[in-house]
Ligand binder design. Structure first.
Ligand code: ZN
Length: 190
C-alpha cells in the first residue's frame, strides 16, 4: 500500500471520552495505533431541528476480535445480513488516489436509505483504520436507525443474544442516554 491509501483519522472518529484517537481494542485491549487493522463504530442520537447530538456509545475493535465474533453468528444470519448489504449498500465512489476522502460527504446520508442525516435522530457511523490512519479504500459510512430496524429482523435470536451480550458486557451505556425500546435496538459489527 502506498501513502495515498491512507489519510489522517478524522476527528469525528475520535473517542468521545478522550477526544483523541482510540488507542486500544475494546475486547482484547491490544494497542491499535502502530500496525493494527480495526473498525470504529459510533452511535448517535440527536433531536430533530437541533444540531447537538449525543454519542450513545463508541468503540474500536481490532479485526481479529471482530472476525472472532462474526464467526459466532449463525450462518443463516450472516447470509441474510450479507445479502441485505450487497443489495442495498451503496458506498461513496472511491476518490482519485491522491485526493483525501470527503468525510462530511460520506457521513451526510444513510448509505442504505439515502436519507439525509439532518432528517434522522438515530444513526451509527463506521470506519476502517490501520494504525493511526484511515483506510481510504473502505469509505466511512453512516447507517440510519430505519435501516438498522430492517436488518434486525434478519438476525436469528441466537445471534441477537450474542450482540446484546457484547453490547451489555462491553459498552455499558450511560443510563441517562440509553433509552432502550428493545435490547436489540443497536447493531454492532456491520
Ligand atoms: Zn481485539
Amino acid at each position: 500500500m502506498s501513502a495515498y491509501d491512507f489519510q489522517e483519522i478524522p476527528k469525528v472518529f475520535y473517542s468521545y471520552q478522550t477526544q483523541k484517537a482510540f488507542c486500544n481494542c475494546l475486547v482484547c485491549n491490544c494497542y491499535l495505533l502502530d500496525d493494527a487493522t480495526y473498525v470504529i463504530e459510533k452511535a448517535y442520537k440527536k433531536h430533530l431541528g437541533y444540531t447537538a447530538q449525543d454519542v450513545i456509545f463508541d468503540y474500536a475493535i481490532c479485526l481479529a476480535c471482530a472476525l472472532k465474533i462474526r464467526q459466532e453468528f449463525s450462518s443463516d444470519s450472516l447470509t441474510k445480513i450479507d445479502a441485505y448489504f450487497s443489495e442495498h449498500l451503496a458506498m461513496s465512489p472511491s476518490p482519485r488516489q491522491k485526493d483525501p476522502i470527503d468525510i462530511d460527504q460520506c457521513l451526510a446520508q444513510c448509505a442504505i436509505k439515502k436519507t439525509s442525516v439532518t432528517e434522522m435522530t438515530n444513526y451509527q457511523i463506521y470506519g476502517h483504520f490501520y494504525g493511526n490512519k484511515l483506510i481510504k479504500s473502505i469509505s466511512p459510512y453512516l447507517i440510519s436507525q430505519s435501516a438498522i430496524e430492517e436488518i434486525i429482523p434478519l438476525i436469528s435470536n441466537d445471534t441477537q443474544d450474542l450482540l446484546n451480550d457484547f453490547y451489555n458486557r462491553h459498552l455499558n451505556p450511560d443510563p441517562e442516554l440509553f433509552l432502550p425500546k428493545q435490547p436489540s435496538d443497536h447493531l454492532v459489527f456491520i
